[in-house]
Design a protein around this ligand. Structure first.
Ligand code: HGY
Ligand code: MN
Ligand code: MN
Length: 427
């Protein structure tokens, strides 16, 4: 093996040139624009689990994977997977999610997949295999789930979630079949732990810290825990014109009192956030007192006992408000994910890679959930690289990551892969 190859294997290659990285970053931006045009809604980007838009996104990204020299497949839960075909006994998992929230930005999820492919397109000589994972459902928009795709790969998929129903009453199980997957084969998505070095994810920060610090990159130390609740207040539908105020059991007024109580409660608890993101008044009409209201509650904190205490307090508050208005409360925890710490060794590798290319390795906690949490829950070493985003904005169509910061993230990823190769070669 020539000196160049040995040096490459040992990860002591000088970083690719800035100009080269900026050229590659342009292709990433072009691809993100192409991907953002694949939506299930006109005029805005929305791609939810099992949709035709997800199928078309898998087709396009699958083509890019094959252009990067990867062997592609779609697994039983709709994850698109592309892997190098070599003889190394272990593999690094790289990836992020292809599903989006409604009216989403172009970078959330997609950046991690497209940037990973760009890093591999440079055909780095590595002492391990790589598998790029483009997950089928991280946001949980359609089923109020989280990490469906990554939990399947990590081996922690809960079969009970197959019974979750979307707004049309379609079960997750049926949606998987409709997409061409096989619920009975989901356990086959799992990779044997002994084959996995770990999971690495590149993701926009979705917060303002890096921009405030004037740094393009950060290393995630931990991912906040989250609880997702489905609530329903059941009052009584009545005529808006003839029902006296003191006789009403107005479910929307009850929900409104709860929403403000949840906001006040979260403001009083340090390092915790609570959000009612969805509210639905079935059979709503302007001249009908709302009889039923369904809403979602999302509670996040880096401290799990604090989050759980707050969720319990909010359930009590919802019950008290409901009783005071002669209504009934239905409260169902749909999903819970504990706070997770990223792997120290992989975090150190990201930090060294960032320092190698001349930047400060800022450490920060992620308030947003990420597929990396599913791997950490399964005991698989995982770490994330955060990339600065404008105004910290995300889950919004104006979400933006500067091409120069994408180029910097690419240089850091090149270094991360090479450093890991040296460590794996001498393991
Ligand atoms: O909701 C989240 O934190 C992530 O964007 N899925
Ligand atoms: Mn998101
Ligand atoms: Mn995301």
């Amino acid at each position: 093996m020539g000196l160049l190859n040995v040096s490459r294997k040992l990860g002591i290659l000088p970083p690719a040139t800035r100009t080269d990285a900026e050229r590659r970053a342009e292709r990433i931006v072009d691809r993100l624009l192409s991907l953002a045009a694949i939506s299930e809604e006109d005029g805005r980007l929305t791609r939810t689990f099992g949709s035709d838009a997800m199928r078309r996104a898998n087709e396009l990204v699958g083509l890019w994977m094959r252009q990067a020299g990867l062997k592609t497949s779609v697994d039983a839960i709709g994850n698109l997977r592309g892997r190098t075909i070599g003889s190394a006994p272990r593999r690094l998992l790289l990836g992020s999610h292809l599903d989006t929230v409604r009216d989403a930005g172009k970078y959330d999820g997609a950046l991690g997949v497209v940037l990973a492919l760009e890093a591999l397109a440079a055909r780095p000589l590595l002492s391990y295999e790589v598998e790029v994972l483009a997950f089928s459902d991280e946001e949980g928009v359609r089923f109020q789930s989280t990490y469906l795709g990554s939990r399947a790969v990590a081996g922690t998929f809960d079969p009970a979630t197959l019974a979750l129903r979307d707004e049309r009453g379609i079960t997750l199980e049926q949606a998987i079949r409709d997409f061409g997957g096989d619920p009975a084969q989901i356990t086959e998505c799992r990779l044997p732990a002994e084959e996995i070095i770990g999971y690495a994810e590149i993701h926009l920060e979705q917060g303002p810290l890096l921009e405030q610090l004037g740094e393009p990159l950060g290393v995630v130390s931990a991912i906040a825990g989250q609880t997702r609740v489905a609530l329903e207040f059941i009052g009584h539908a009545d005529h808006a014109g003839t029902t006296p105020m003191q006789l009403r059991r107005d479910a929307l007024a009850t929900a409104s009192e709860f929403i403000l109580a949840a906001e006040a409660c979260a403001k009083s608890v340090r390092s915790l956030v609570a959000t009612v993101g969805q509210i639905d008044v079935p059979h709503a009409a302007s001249n009908v007192v709302p009889g039923r209201v369904a809403l979602t509650l999302d509670v996040r904190a880096g401290d799990d006992p604090r989050r759980r205490r707050t969720v319990a307090a909010l359930e009590r508050a919802a019950g008290e408000i409901s009783r005071s208005r002669r209504s009934e409360l239905r409260w169902r925890i749909v999903q819970e994910s504990p706070a997770t710490a990223c792997d120290a060794s992989l975090r150190g590798n990201w930090a060294d890679a960032i320092a190698e290319i001349g930047y400060q390795p800022i450490e920060l906690v992620s308030g947003a959930g990420h597929d990396a949490a599913a791997f950490i829950h399964a005991g698989i070493p995982s770490a994330m690289l955060f990339v600065r985003c404008r105004d910290g904005l995300s889950h919004h169509p104006a979400e933006f990551v500067a091409p120069a910061d994408i180029a910097t993230a690419l240089l850091a990823t090149d270094q991360f892969l090479q450093r890991l190769s040296a460590a794996e070669a001498f393991r």
